[in-house]
Write a protein that binds this ligand. Structure first.
Ligand SMILES: [Zn+2]
Length: 105
């Protein structure tokens, strides 16, 4: 399994099962780890104590490109593994600020 940070391209996990944590390159927090984007968003929002509609946030994540650093931002990415993949949500800066900065779809 391999998980790469969508912000700086740092390899976050290589070979092991990813667990929620932070990017070793830019420090972005990540959480999720689910088979669909809305499920991954729901897990990340819950882990970060944020209330939002996961389906709506997932749609906005796919519609928006993250702003340049150091602006708070959310991004979604999938890991790579044999035959399937899991989705992960990354937050640069405080997750609440990153969610607030996410444009409407
Ligand atoms: Zn990173």
């Amino acid at each position: 399994m391999r998980l790469v940070c969508p912000f700086d391209g740092a390899v976050v996990v290589d070979g092991a099962e990813p667990a929620p944590g932070a990017c070793p390159g830019c420090g972005a927090r990540f959480d999720g780890g689910a088979g669909t984007p809305p499920e991954a968003v729901a897990a990340a929002l819950a882990a970060w104590g944020l209330a939002a509609d996961p389906q709506d946030v997932a749609g906005r994540l796919f519609a928006a490109d993250p702003p340049a650093p150091p602006a708070p931002a959310l991004a979604i990415t999938s890991d790579s593994r044999d035959g399937f993949y899991m989705w992960w949500v990354f937050a640069r800066g405080e997750p609440a600020a990153a969610l607030a900065a996410l444009p409407a779809a």
